[in-house]
Design a protein around this ligand. Structure first.
Ligand code: FAD
Ligand code: UDP
Length: 382
């Protein structure tokens, strides 16, 4: 049996390893010149600092199996993401917590008082929020929404928050204590030697042949099955149309010492053209003393064109209709399964791609042992 796995991100690496361990031959390809997919990290040539090429990546999960799995392949240092945000010329802490509320409104409220205060600001007429804006207004009221979410979200997504699903806002907690941990998961960290080293170790095993700088479209070989973690519409040569993505551009700059004193500074005002600045040495506090220089990236979001790297699936109503058409097409196509962020066109964090890939491996074992055909999707992408 020879399988092809398209994409050397976490999804592809986990699958390739599993197949190889079962004794199958695997061709693992990626059109990029590096492993790691969008989690790729490298040492910056000028400063020596570990850089997350496609934007800051913090590993966080609530799934013990995934946490144990990933730590087999390298050491993770504990890392808590504490995001700062500039709004109206002042610095605050995110996600919205008691300090944000007290600073923003010039108050000294305790948790109980803050909860009451925000409940009074929240729009009680919105019972079942239908979109991002309604969700925000019903949770935190207009002032905090406009200060922290409206401008940032318009820049990030290129549409008004009223056109976006409430699920995007639900990624962030609102806390009535001083906990400013951006994530709520129990397991959080950053790999000591970067994510690419972790992925290298996942696939450093017999039976896997790796080809970088190789597009699936250029492969002329038949396989027992193809596992495709690239964009689903691209697999079908965009024959039904293109699914929309946001892409990012990064404006690199470097200097001496410490530029902003923290890893991530969000810029929430609409008139600042970028969404955030990441200063990468702060993602590795265990080694930052080694570096006298610093390197930062301003992040600009825009609609992805045909030649841009797809970052965030947009998933507005039009895209969802098109996605459903591609799902139907995939279900009637034999010999290929779609996985991962691009293959299933969902806004997935790293841990979820690993959890889903591991679940796919479990299911694959059962199906292959009974000679059943593998399905186009191991997880429902809708
Ligand atoms: P990818 O990493 O996208 O890998 C797919 C690979 O397939 C790519 O390398 C691509 O080159 C290759 N490919 C596609 N089509 C083809 C083809 N036809 N032929 C050959 N190769 C092909 N998650 C977190 O958990 N924490 C974070 O802090 C976090 N921050 C993020 C910040 C940003 C800016 C973004 C965009 C995402 C962030 N994520 C974060 C999400 C994380 O990047 C994804 O969950 C993860 O990369 C998904 O892995 P994947 O293997 O499914 O896809
Ligand atoms: N968001 C915002 N202001 C912020 C941070 C986030 O409006 O300062 C919104 C924005 O729409 C973003 C969403 O909340 O897309 C989810 O935020 P998250 O930090 O999870 O975005 P990511 O890191 O995935 O880009």
């Amino acid at each position: 049996m020879r399988y092809c796995v398209v994409g050397c991100g976490f999804s592809g690496a986990v699958l390739a390893r599993h197949l190889a361990r079962k004794g199958h031959k695997v061709l693992l390809i990626d059109e990029r010149n590096h492993l790691g997919g969008n989690c790729h990290t490298y040492r910056d040539a000028n400063t020596g600092i570990m850089v997350h090429q496609y934007g800051p990546h913090i590993f966080h999960t609530g799934d013990r199996r995934t946490w144990d799995y990933v730590r087999q392949f390298g050491n993770f240092y504990p890392y808590v993401n504490r995001v700062k945000a500039i709004s109206g010329g002042r610095v605050y802490t995110l996600p919205i917590n008691l300090l944000t509320i007290n600073q923003f409104f010039g108050q000294t409220l305790n948790p109980h008082e803050a909860r009451q205060f925000i409940t009074e600001k929240a729009d009680r007429n919105i019972v079942s929020p239908r979109n991002f804006e309604e969700q925000a207004l019903s949770m935190i009221g207009p002032e905090l929404y406009h200060a922290f979410f409206y401008g940032y979200t318009c820049k990030q997504w290129g549409v008004k928050p009223s056109e976006l699903p409430d699920s995007i806002l639900k990624r962030l907690p609102v806390r009535f204590n001083y906990d400013d941990n951006y994530f709520s998961h129990p397991y959080q960290g950053i790999p000591e030697n970067g994510y690419t080293a972790i992925i290298e170790n996942i696939i450093n095993i017999e039976n896997i042949e790796i080809k970088l700088k190789t597009s699936f479209e250029d492969i002329d070989e038949d396989f027992s099955h193809v596992f495709y973690t690239g964009p689903i519409d691209r697999y079908f040569n965009f024959r039904l149309g293109r699914l929309g993505y946001r892409t990012l551009s990064f404006d690199r700059f470097e200097g001496d010492g410490d530029y902003q004193g923290t890893a991530v500074m969000n810029y929430c005002d609409e008139d600042v053209p970028y969404t955030r600045i990441s200063e990468h040495k702060h993602f590795a506090p265990w080694e930052q003393e080694k570096f006298s220089r610093t390197v930062c990236f301003r992040e600009f979001s825009r609609l992805a064109g045909p030649d841009d790297a797809p970052y965030y699936p947009i998933r507005l109503a039009g895209e969802k209709r098109l996605l459903n058409d591609y799902i139907a097409l995939a279900r009637s196509t034999r010999g290929v399964s779609f996985l991962g962020r691009l293959g299933t066109y969902r806004y997935l964090d790293m841990d979820v791609t690993i959890t889903e890939a591991l679940a796919a491996c479990d299911r694959m074992d059962t199906l292959l042992s009974t000679q059943q055909e593998l399905p186009p999707f191991f997880t429902d992408p809708v």
